[in-house]
Design a binder for this molecule. Structure first.
Ligand code: SAH
Length: 453
């Protein structure tokens, strides 16, 4: 098999990034935009030792799972990977992905609980960070690139984001304000960042700039307000003069309204600032948190909530628990967590700003003995040192692991099993329909040793 060869292939599996996979001459061939059950003509684009990458040339027999993609930008922008198959088929792939990762990487052959399906597969996102193209249109980066694909209306986001984006374009075109160019590191406006609090309708718009200020502020504010109406509660600038892949800088300047918006999550009023992490799918985050609560059994217990963001998981359990301690590295998120506790009249929660592994050592020195530890790390998972401290020093009865990357969850599950914990149950939750991402929540219990340790 060589580059540019055309082969006939049966697609029998899906990769964790959403490409279809077929086997040919004992090699796995990865083909984006195919579906399990397709028979197709594939052009080989790259042939490596054990695998190859191809492009769909012609469908011979389409899979029964296929449906008509309903977005013009599908296959061009790097957002959705599955608008060409049914949601049922997508859920099956996600369940299988989670199971296979736990089996292969974690070495634990246990089927997950049925995936908790998204109640809505459209317009579920409450956050967008749009790059801006030269003419002022917002869009998304093409897959694996920084080329902006103008996306007038993304079906994963609320329609009002499109209205706000058009208002920004109008402001850029009317004022001649320059758009940032990565190659020359020049130009002013870099990204447009929008947040929407689902339960209250409050909206935040943040313009990320390569500079200290913008001209024609008043015009921008009035165009944005015209586009979004009363719900627009916050307009801010974010300063980021670095030429890097990190979108947000550290400094925000308030242009209009208040510095945050407020949402309600699991009955808790939550303050969201530009730099704080907040789950992008509020409705499904409630399902995720309910499952975490079921696993943690917080009634009357002391709970440690590591990687706590704005404190939301711990606070959702605070009324049942004896005490909550949250740990988070971003100072603004910790400030939000403290305010969130106060605003909700929660007095049994404490928040610490710092690295989870280091803070865990300090808490150990304080003699803290949580009954349950919740961890919700970013994609890279937990540091081994942290898992050691949790398992060896805190030895909680329960560890609840909330994960946005099942590969690192599986890696860490293997470590926890060597530290005297056993995976009891795990549940995938679909917070990101139409994309290849899936959230998983897992329950580990401490094994009771025969000598009563
Ligand atoms: N539990 C929260 C946030 C989860 S996202 C929620 O459900 O909303 C992961 C969080 O971990 C982010 O807020 C991120 O800022 C934080 N984080 C990343 N690295 C960290 C570290 N080393 N120590 C503590 N927190 C960290």
């Amino acid at each position: 098999m060589r580059k540019n060869d055309i082969i006939e292939l049966d697609i029998t599996a899906a990769s964790s990034e959403g490409a279809g996979i077929g086997r040919y001459e004992n090699k796995a061939i990865f083909v984006p935009l195919t579906a399990i059950g397709d028979r197709a003509k594939i052009r080989i684009l790259r042939d490596k030792k054990n695998l190859a990458f191809g492009k769909l040339e012609e469908l011979i027999t389409p899979s029964a799972n296929r449906c008509e993609p309903d977005c013009e930008s599908f296959s061009k922008c790097g957002g959705c990977v599955w608008r060409h198959i049914s949601y049922d088929a997508e859920c099956e792939i996600k369940e299988n992905k989670v199971y296979e990762a736990m089996r292969r990487i974690g070495g634990i052959d246990m089927k997950p609980q049925p995936l908790i399906r998204a109640s809505d597969t459209e317009r579920y996102r409450n956050k967008a960070q749009f790059p801006i193209s030269e003419d002022g249109s917002v869009g998304f980066y093409a897959t694996h690139s920084h080329r902006v694909i103008p996306t007038p209306d993304c079906r994963l986001q609320p329609q009002v984001f499109s209205s706000l984006s058009s208002a920004l374009k109008e402001w850029i075109n009317k004022t001649g304000v320059t758009v940032y160019n990565e190659e020359t590191n020049s130009g002013l406006v870099k990204h447009f960042y929008l947040r929407n609090a689902d339960a209250t309708g409050e909206l935040m718009a943040v313009l990320i700039i390569n500079g200290d200020n913008i001209p024609h502020r008043e015009l921008l504010i009035s165009l944005l307000r015209e586009a979004a109406g009363e719900n627009l509660k916050s307009v801010q600038l974010n300063i980021n003069k670095k030429n890097s892949n990190v979108i947000l800088g550290e400094k925000n300047i308030l242009l209009y309204g208040k510095e945050y918006i407020e949402d309600i999550l699991c009955g808790v009023k939550v303050r969201i600032s530009p730099l704080s992490f907040y789950q992008v799918n509020r409705t499904m985050a409630e399902h995720l948190y309910n499952k975490a609560q079921e696993y943690a059994e917080p009634q009357g217990k002391n709970i440690l909530d590591l990687y706590c963001g704005a404190g939301t998981i711990g606070l959702s359990m605070a009324k049942d628990a004896n005490s909550i301690i949250g740990v988070e590295i971003i100072p603004d998120a910790v400030k939000d967590a403290i305010v969130n506790a106060k605003e909700n009249g929660i007095e049994n929660a404490e928040f610490i700003c710092g690295d989870a592994a280091k803070a865990a050592l300090q808490l150990k020195k304080r003699g803290i003995k949580p009954h349950a530890v919740i961890v919700d790390p970013p994609r890279k998972g937990c540091e081994e040192a942290l898992l050691n401290t949790v398992a060896r020093d805190f030895c909680p009865e329960r560890i609840v692991y909330v994960s946005c990357d099942v590969a690192t969850l599986s890696r860490d599950a293997k470590i926890l099993e060597t530290l005297g914990y056993r995976l009891i149950e795990y549940t995938p939750v679909d917070l990101f329909p139409r994309t290849a991402h899936v959230e998983t929540v897992a329950l580990f219990l401490k094994l009771s040793l025969p000598d009563g340790k």
